[in-house]
Design a protein around this ligand. Structure first.
Ligand SMILES: Cc1cc2nc3c(=O)[nH]c(=O)nc-3n(C[C@H](O)[C@H](O)[C@H](O)COP(=O)(O)OP(=O)(O)OC[C@H]3O[C@@H](n4cnc5c(N)ncnc54)[C@H](O)[C@@H]3O)c2cc1C
Length: 289
């Protein structure tokens, strides 16, 4: 199929793009186009105006300052994958991005488009929860900062207002004793996950603390498994891991779909949890926090 007719404008600034968004009800932003254009071609999205934001230079760049890694909304997946700064300051993102789609899609897709699209099976939103990221939005009333935990509100739903856009995301840089694990189970490499888990924990002397477990593809949005993390708060021994796996029944709300049943997804989540804890424990012990 082909997209329905639409007007096309290329914005030169965030202010211009937000102005057009607020004065056109049927407007949508175009970043990498890797989710929006297929949806338009299948007539799942029928915007009357496409606002191309790819020429807005203020949306580019990866930089660290005052303990925070800032990634512009137009940074493409391939740039995240190749960035030495991301590998050093946010190794979880570097691990996760290799699982996002295929090279052709990673060459065009952007972090802003990915997060704004808010696919519950997407890897990056779960990483944002685990890392305690802050989304920077801009709109006619100026900028506002939205915690990752507030940003993802359901299937393809975010806290962005209709006249706002994501301009950047900020992530606290990794601490020396912080360890990360990223695992997902998909039918084929590059497919969206059937279940996935992004983790962070402090690791000192063979003991994990401050464990964060961000599951994706097992609900209508990425979710931090708080009960399972609490079960791992005092110990990471076999009994604690079993308790954490049991707690996932309350933490997660997987649904049946064509990819797999809710029961399969819960089972896979438990498998991922056990493997992730083993991975965190076997990584080299860190130093001071
Ligand atoms: C075959 C295939 C496989 C894929 N596999 C995966 C996968 O395994 N994991 C995964 O995470 N993704 C996957 N994707 C999606 C890919 O990561 C997309 O690049 C990404 O989801 C959207 O980014 P984009 O820059 O292409 O956004 P676009 O397609 O341009 O836009 C997506 C949506 O976000 C909005 N938007 C874009 N930028 C902004 C902004 N700055 N502020 C506010 N709203 C904005 C658009 O209006 C639109 O609604 C896949 C895509 C394809 C086609």
């Amino acid at each position: 199929m082909k997209a329905s007719a639409f007007e096309y404008r290329r914005a030169r600034s965030v202010a211009e793009a937000c102005g057009w968004l607020s004065s056109n009800d049927g407007a949508r932003l175009l970043a990498g186009g890797q989710s929006l254009l297929p949806a338009m071609n299948m007539r799942l999205a029928t915007p009357s105006l496409l606002i191309d934001i790819t020429a807005i230079d203020e949306l580019r760049g990866i930089a660290t300052a005052a303990g925070v890694l800032r990634i512009g909304a137009l940074v493409r997946h391939v740039e995240l994958l190749r960035s030495a700064e991301v590998a050093k300051q946010a190794p979880l993102l570097a691990q996760a991005i290799a699982h996002v789609a295929h090279p052709a899609i990673r060459n065009r897709g952007t972090i802003g488009g990915n997060l704004a699209h808010a696919d519950p099976a997407s890897e990056l939103p779960a990483c944002m929860l685990v890392l305690g990221a802050t989304m920077i939005a801009s709109g006619p009333k100026g900028e506002r900062r939205i915690a990752a935990g507030e940003f993802f509100q359901g299937v393809f739903e975010t806290a962005l207002a209709g006249d706002e856009m994501l301009i950047a995301v900020e992530v606290p840089v990794a601490k020396p004793a912080q360890r990360f694990s990223f695992l997902e189970l998909a039918r084929r490499s590059g497919d969206y996950a059937i279940a996935g888990l992004a983790c962070s924990a402090m690791h000192r002397g063979g003991v994990l603390s401050d464990v964060k477990l961000g599951f994706f593809a097992v609900g209508d949005r990425p979710v931090l498994a708080l009960g399972a993390a609490a079960a791992l708060a005092m110990s990471s021994d076999a009994a604690a891991v079993e308790a954490a796996k049991s707690a996932l029944a309350q933490d997660l709300d997987p649904q049946d779909d064509l990819q797999g049943s809710a029961a399969l997804r819960l089972h896979l989540s438990r498998v991922l949890l056990e493997r992730s804890v083993a991975s965190l424990l076997t990584q080299e012990t860190g130093g001071a926090p």
